[in-house]
Design a binder for this molecule. Structure first.
Ligand SMILES: [Zn+2]
Length: 379
């Protein structure tokens, strides 16, 4: 059977499938069921968290002619929303159609009630990009909305939406989806698709996706295509997505702790050979230092740090030679490096020098130990 991109196939079709936004799904479902539907919604949140998808689900739910509370996925209204051919759902991209004429044209299109459906839905993506005049045209319709029109506005920058608009919409704030939720969803999909996948591999995809389910599915497709044999493991995730493997950071931390300058530079060479880009390397290094910090300050549970229990044991061991002050100083250097490489003519050299600085950081703990040793001698 031909492989269908997961990003397309597993796009949520009803509010039940919407991962990590249960608070929104429940409120909207209740509103629809009670028949007290607001005529204008504003969906805010970072990219890839389900705003446009929810707008489409709402459109399907409102116009579905099938039985039951959920959109049936089989009637004409459902199918037309799916393939984007529905005349009752108009999607407008505020980024490329930001003018007053664009808004007027869309409103003109939906002026008349739909032939055999209840509602016509206008979805305006990136609504904050609209011009002042476009917002005014929109406002006029929002003030006296025709009963068959539902507006759904989506934005990543709600602070740029005028107050006059905000006061006339029902606002929903979409959350970033936790890596646990993203990984669990991927695992569910793998189960349904009979794709053998390791948990740590799915977790790594979820981490890389950073709260976006859409990105997670795209990455999943990328790894699947990279590997080519229908299985997903951690190594192929690292290679396909250019994620630096954790053990290289562990070795780097050991070299820094041992003030081993040569070892530090050699690690850079190994990252380079693996084809890992410098920004990805620095992100990984920062995350590793953050994990070391959290692992060293008492008894924070593994899941809160976002690592496995085995990884936490390993991190605690690695953190022993460092004081909290050391780790903070190392993190400072890594943060500075992230800025410096942007302007550097030779980012690799910049990184090497940064790592040498790390290796030469005098450890406050070793000085303390030295003092302790001297006091012992005296006694
Ligand atoms: Zn339907």
């Amino acid at each position: 059977m031909a492989y269908v991109a997961m990003a397309r196939k597993w796009r949520p079709k009803s509010f039940d499938d919407l991962v990590g936004q249960e608070h929104i799904a429940r409120t909207i479902t209740n509103a629809i069921e009670s028949g007290r539907l607001h005529h204008a919604f504003l969906f805010t949140g970072t990219r890839g968290v389900g705003k446009t998808t929810s707008a489409r689900i709402l459109a399907r739910t409102l116009n579905c002619t099938g039985e039951g509370k959920r959109p049936c996925g089989k009637c004409r209204a459902c199918l037309e929303v799916d393939d984007g051919s529905s005349l009752d759902v108009i999607e407008m991209d505020g980024a490329s159609n930001s003018g007053v004429d664009d808004v007027r044209a869309v409103i003109e299109q939906v002026k008349y009630a739909p032939m055999n459906r209840k509602y016509r839905v206008i979805v305006i993506d990136e609504v904050h990009m609209l011009t002042k005049n476009a917002f005014n045209a929109l406002l006029k319709t929002l003030e006296e909305p025709p009963p068959h029109i539902i507006f759904i506005m989506a934005t990543t920058e709600v602070n740029k939406v005028p107050q006059t608009i905000l006061s006339r919409v029902l606002r929903f704030d979409f959350r970033r989806i936790s890596p646990e939720n993203v990984a669990a969803r991927l695992k569910h999909i793998c189960g349904q698709e009979n794709i053998p996948a390791d948990d740590d591999a799915l977790r790594a995809i979820a981490e890389k996706a950073d709260g976006s389910m859409r990105d997670a599915l795209t990455y999943f497709d990328q790894v699947y295509a990279f590997r080519g044999d229908g299985t997903i493991d951690l190594e192929s995730v690292h290679e396909a997505l250019g994620i630096p493997p954790e053990e290289l950071f562990s070795e780097l931390a050991k070299s820094i702790a041992a003030h081993d300058a040569k070892g530090c530079v050699e690690t850079v060479v190994r990252f380079h050979r693996k084809g890992i880009e410098i920004p990805d390397f620095l992100e990984g290094l920062l995350r590793h230092l953050r994990n070391l910090l959290l692992a060293s300050i008492g008894d924070m549970p593994a899941e809160e740090i976002g690592v496995s229990p085995e990884a936490l044991r390993e991190l605690r061991e690695q953190a022993v030679p460092f004081t909290t002050g050391d780790l903070l100083r190392l993190a400072r250097i890594a943060l500075d490096l992230r800025q410096e490489v942007r302007w550097s003519a030779d980012p690799r050299v910049t990184v090497e020098i940064g790592l040498l600085r790390m290796a030469h950081l005098a450890s406050t703990r070793s000085i303390r130990k030295l003092l302790e040793a001297q006091t012992e001698k005296k006694n």
